[in-house]
Design a protein around this ligand. Structure first.
Ligand code: MCN
Ligand code: CUN
Length: 785
């Protein structure tokens, strides 16, 4: 009835151009905002003259850092216990930082007025290379913070340093490697935007915004702007892709609210592409030093990691926990490595803040890339087959639940089965033979292309999280669901999570349909409106299925239990005499005597005599507090052809076997995997946020920041294994970020395997591959100088 490959309900409107996005919202009397941004990466602000802009006939308000400072709003708290400038007052700290917000009668006038503003800057030397950020003579970026004399943000450790050092001291083999996971951007097709509407009479603020977490944003507005929370309504309409970009709170949002407060009119602000790429949250920027200890036959004994994390100018990291380095904890990946230790040092640089988001599961992307590269480096150094090394070290099914070296408990898995399936699907042995032939031919003739095979095996940790260990600003990470069943048996499910393209209208209807034995077409999803949905922390870290999905199951089961009591009254039997069978409550031993949910719903609203204390109707609410994260995993194999003459790498094949437990909608899961694989190809081969020495952003358009298209992607070959999560009510695990996390290493491993190079950093553009073939790969983020 419910689960299965059902077409997405929402596509009926999306493919007809009938989606309704924030920029489609037009309110009577609506004004438009535009932002003047810093041209400098680091400069002192000497003066800001907005008088000419204020006299523009269509300008209704000009908001500066000083305007905000007068209201205590020039700085906002971040989720990482830092503060971030809303509009700059003292200094600008990255190119593209927000300096002045203009509100005008139309978007064009607002933009025109920006050019009338005079800002006098005194340029300061910027810190662009994170490795220079802690130099004694490095300029101090955050001199706004009391007593801050350097650019250090945090030091964070995980694992047992002494035990790890001991293992390394006696290991037969230690391989080391320096790896950069470069700065990239989620780059959703729809940029961020808002329409803020403060009603001066009722005092109610209605915010239409591109947010993945409406309830969390409501609380943030209340805390930052001082508007009582019950007077705030956040509405997230359709969202054109989020990929983590729409988790955070951006200055443009707060300025729009202030603009509405000052003018008494609704204010719309929509980012353009360059603004989105330059100033909204970036991802990664992890400089990693990995060391792997092993026996000479490739048994991994220990892992030691040092990370320098570039957090940009403000530590605005949207992280679902108290952990400064997010979920980097799982850096031992899918292997039985008992001795592991990592230390992460965060630094400020003169770049945009952010640091996490982009289908990342909060730093698991970096952790996964690290361990999967290190396993290949080790295999390379030992002259062993990377598939065999993986197989020898993977966790065994009987080890689950498995406590990894840093104490996180993986819930379930059968990793060897998944890797075996991937190797079979790829025809691994045959591929190796072909590769050897191709290399021999190339070496004999100096012509043709080389072939590479790259493997990665990832484990993710998604579904944050247990309330006792994880929180955002003190809010435990639980999610609510509310289910109303109408007299005719159709239903409305209200949830706190928010789809940005993942197909929740379909899959959540399928969950309820499956539990109640009704058609998913008879279940409507209400999401993204804080006045209409129960409280919960929202959609990121692939937590919708693990948390909100579980809430939807539990609330449907509550309804089903209520229905049982009503059915018992209808059939004049005791509730215990009923059993649930194919969507009906029926009398045990008498299958003919049964009632469907539709029949029961009608009776529940009728004058049927119900036992004392039973209220009637079937509606229910539930809050789900997950007992643990879920740990989806997968085995990926990428086959590339590389032209050593030009350095061009082409992905020929990509086999992906994902295990996300029970699949609600296998077709949607495959779509999620397709998207994530494309992300992986993009990051491995072309995506890069680069800066020049002065901090000029070199990736501020899609001409410079390259996204993969279908032209760069092969026809994906997908497989599945199903290892249910033991603690999720239907055994489902999240999947939305799996392929983005797991695939970059497979592509990089494949390209380096083709050219026989131990390591070169992403993105493996033709120039980088060509240089790697010549034996001198470069640091891509610094290469453009
Ligand atoms: N699903 C399923 N069976 C499972 C697991 C998931 O049928 N065992 C379905 C779900 O019902 C849902 C979809 O797959 O429709 C993704 O579910 P889940 O893994 O729970 O992830 P979320 O819904 O929480 O989505 C968030 C995740 C994240 S964090 C990023 S980033 C990302 C991603 O989803 N952003 C996306 N995928 C995206 N896909 C699109 N189209 N757009 C984005 O912005
Ligand atoms: Cu890490 S990007 Mo998703 O969690 O929204």
């Amino acid at each position: 009835m419910g689960h299965g490959p059902m077409l997405r309900k929402e596509d009926a409107r999306f493919v007809r151009g009938r989606g309704r996005f924030v920029d489609d919202v037009r309110l009577p009397g609506m004004l438009h905002g535009a932002i003047l941004r810093s041209p400098h990466a680091h400069a002192r602000i000497l003066s800001v003259d907005v008088s000419a802009a204020e006299s523009h006939p269509k300008v209704r308000a000009v908001i500066t850092g000083e305007t905000l400072a007068g209201r205590g709003l020039a700085w906002m708290p971040t989720l990482s216990h830092d503060v971030a400038a809303v509009l700059a007052t003292d200094k600008v700290r990255y190119q593209g930082q927000e300096v002045v917000f203009v509100v005008a009668e139309d978007r064009y006038a607002a933009r025109d007025a920006l050019s009338l503003i005079e800002v006098e800057y005194e340029p300061l030397p910027p810190v662009i290379d994170a490795r220079r950020a802690l130099d004694p003579d490095a300029p101090v970026i955050r001199d706004d913070l009391d007593g801050r004399a350097d650019n250090h943000v945090f030091d964070w450790e995980s694992g047992d340093a002494a035990a790890t050092d001991a293992v390394f001291a006696s290991a037969e083999r230690v391989s080391t490697c320096d790896l950069l996971y470069p700065r990239v951007h989620p780059a959703p097709l729809e940029t961020c935007g808002i329409v803020a509407d403060l009603d001066r009479i009722t005092g109610k603020l209605t915010v239409h915004a591109t947010t993945q977490a409406p309830h969390t944003h409501r609380m943030l507005y209340a805390l930052i702007a001082g508007i009582p929370e019950h007077k705030i309504r956040i509405i997230a309409p359709d969202i054109g892709g989020g990929f983590g970009n729409k988790v955070g709170m951006y200055p443009g949002y707060l300025c729009s609210v202030v603009g509405s407060v000052l003018t008494g009119a609704p204010v719309k602000w929509t980012e353009d592409r360059s603004e989105n790429l330059m100033s909204s949250s970036f991802a990664r920027d992890y400089h990693m030093h990995g060391e792997i200890a092993a026996t000479k036959d490739g048994r991994i004994l220990g892992l030691r990691v040092r990370v320098l994390a570039d957090h940009g100018a403000f530590n605005g990291t949207a992280q679902p926990s108290k952990f400064p380095a997010g979920f980097f904890h799982v850096f031992t990946g899918s292997y039985d490595v008992k001795a592991a230790h990592c230390r992460v040092t965060g630094v400020y640089t003169n770049k945009a803040p952010g640091g996490v988001a982009y289908a990342c599961s909060f730093r698991i992307t970096e952790a996964s890339y690290l361990v999967e590269r290190m396993v290949d480096v080790l295999s390379h150094d030992l002259g062993l087959d990377p598939a065999a090394v993986r197989m020898a070290n993977l966790l065994r099914p009987e080890q689950f639940p498995y406590a990894c070296a840093t104490g996180w408990e993986y819930d379930s898995g059968d990793y060897p089965r998944t890797l075996t399936l991937a190797l079979e699907m790829a025809g691994y042995d045959e591929l190796r033979r072909e590769q050897a032939e191709r290399r021999a031919a190339y070496e004999a003739t100096g012509r043709g292309s080389l072939m590479g095979i790259g493997i990665s095996f990832f484990t993710e940790a998604v579904g944050a999280g247990p309330r006792r260990t994880m929180d955002i600003l003190g809010l435990g990470m639980a999610d609510g669901a509310e289910l109303r069943v109408h007299p005719t048996g159709t239903a409305v499910l209200r949830v706190s999570c928010m789809s940005q393209g993942q197909g929740h209208e379909t899959t959540f209807a399928q969950i309820v349909g499956e539990e109640l034995g009704i058609s998913p077409d008879d279940v409507e999803l209400v999401q993204g409106d804080t006045d209409q949905t129960p409280f919960g922390l929202g959609t990121y870290g692939s937590r919708s299925t693990p948390v909100s999905g579980a809430a939807a199951v539990m609330v449907a089961r509550k309804v089903r239990e209520r229905a049982r009591i009503v059915a018992a009254a209808m059939l004049e039997v005791a509730p215990e005499d009923l059993e649930w069978h194919k969507g009906r409550w029926q009398v045990a031993g008498d299958p003919a005597a049964g009632r469907t949910i539709a029949q029961i719903a009608l009776a529940a609203h009728s004058d049927l005599d119900l036992p004392d204390g039973v209220e009637g109707h079937l509606d229910a609410t539930c809050v789900y507090n997950p007992p643990n994260l879920t740990f989806p995993f997968g085995a990926y194999i990428c086959v590339v052809d590389v032209d050593p003459g030009t350095g061009q790498a082409t992905v020929r094949r990509f086999v992906a076997v994902d295990d996300c437990g029970v699949r609600i909608n296998p077709m949607i899961v495959e779509g999620q995997v397709h998207g994530g694989l494309a992300d992986g190809v993009g990051m491995a081969l072309m995506e890069l946020m680069a800066f020049d020495d002065d901090g000029n952003h070199l990736g501020a358009s899609f001409m410079d920041y390259l996204l993969p298209t279908s032209m760069e992607c092969p026809s994906w070959e997908l497989g599945e294994t199903v290892t249910p999560s033991p603690h999720h009510p239907i055994g489902a695990k999240g999947v939305g970020e799996s392929a983005t996390v797991g695939s970059p290493a497979a592509v990089v491993n494949a390209v380096l395997d083709a050219i026989g190079v131990r390591h070169a950093d992403m993105p493996l553009t033709p120039a980088q591959v060509w240089r790697a073939v010549q034996g001198r790969p470069i640091r891509p983020d610094l290469a453009i100088r």
